[in-house]
Design a protein around this ligand. Structure first.
Ligand code: 13P
Length: 253
């Protein structure tokens, strides 16, 4: 049985007090209202990780949004996977399209970050996604295949099995344009097929593949009902406790 996960990505939002307040609301609501086996995760800016992992316990897990590929050293402004793990995080987002676009993170670097995260017992949420041009040109399957291949297919089957994959079409992020359930399912099935070709059916069937891009309480249930969609990576809607928790609960509706 693959894990069902709803992960919030706060991006660069929430100062310290705001973060504690929002997170406390989320933990209380998830504790009181969540039914079923789905896992809730909040991926917050680095300043929050230590406090939130103490508040979250096993009700809401904590993740970082990035990590450095090296363990320590003269890399001013960076935070390593080892450091992220040391404050109690369980997850780290790797390869978000905003990191690829604004911080020039390429496939080779993302493969190194993934390896660093695994070495430190963090679960990478490895993101792939095509731009609007790539979708309109019709070559999005090729793009997605090259991103997942270059970023993760050098891993052993044992290591690959520890990953969560997130499909986030760049044209759907923060735009209010959601991929339709059919569009998302088509891509998720394709990703699972690529994983099966590389690692075999058992690994593919056990890989959690999340959808991200303007996911909200209204469209979540329909997306999550698709055969190959195992949850969501949620941006804007994770900044409102009610919306985020309703998305967590969407598995049960
Ligand atoms: P939105 O949900 O705001 O579109 O963001 C999605 C995302 O980038 C999550 O990582």
């Amino acid at each position: 049985m693959r894990k069902k996960i709803v992960a919030g990505n706060w991006k660069m939002n929430m100062d310290y007090a705001e973060g504690i307040s929002l997170f406390s609301e989320i933990v209380n609501m998830v504790r009181d209202e969540q039914k079923g086996e789905q896992i809730a995760v909040i991926c917050a800016p680095f300043i929050h990780l230590n406090s939130l992992s103490k508040l979250g316990g096993t009700t809401v897990y904590i993740g970082a949004q990035n990590c450095h590929q090296n363990e320590s050293g003269a890399y001013t402004g960076e935070t390593s996977a080892k450091m992220v793990k040391s404050v109690g995080c369980a997850y780290v987002i790797i390869g978000h399209s905003e990191r690829r676009q604004y911080f020039a993170e390429n496939d080779q670097l993302l493969a190194e970050k993934t390896t660093a995260a695994l070495k430190n017992n963090l679960t990478p949420i490895f993101c792939i996604g095509e731009t609007l041009d790539e979708r309109n040109n019709g070559n999005y399957f090729e793009i997605l295949k090259s991103q997942i291949t270059a970023g993760t297919f050098d891993l052993s089957a044992e290591d690959f099995s520890k990953l969560v994959i997130a499909y986030e079409p760049v044209w759907a992020i923060g735009t209010g344009l959601t991929a339709s359930s059919e569009q998302a399912q088509e891509v998720h099935a394709f990703i699972r097929q690529e994983i099966a070709s590389k690692y075999g059916t058992e690994v593919a069937e056990n890989t959690t593949i999340l959808y991200g891009g303007s996911c909200n309480p209204k469209n979540a249930a329909d997306l999550f009902a698709q055969k190959d969609i195992d949850g969501g990576l949620i941006g804007g809607a994770s900044l409102k406790s009610r919306d985020f928790v309703d998305i967590v609960k969407a598995f049960n509706s």
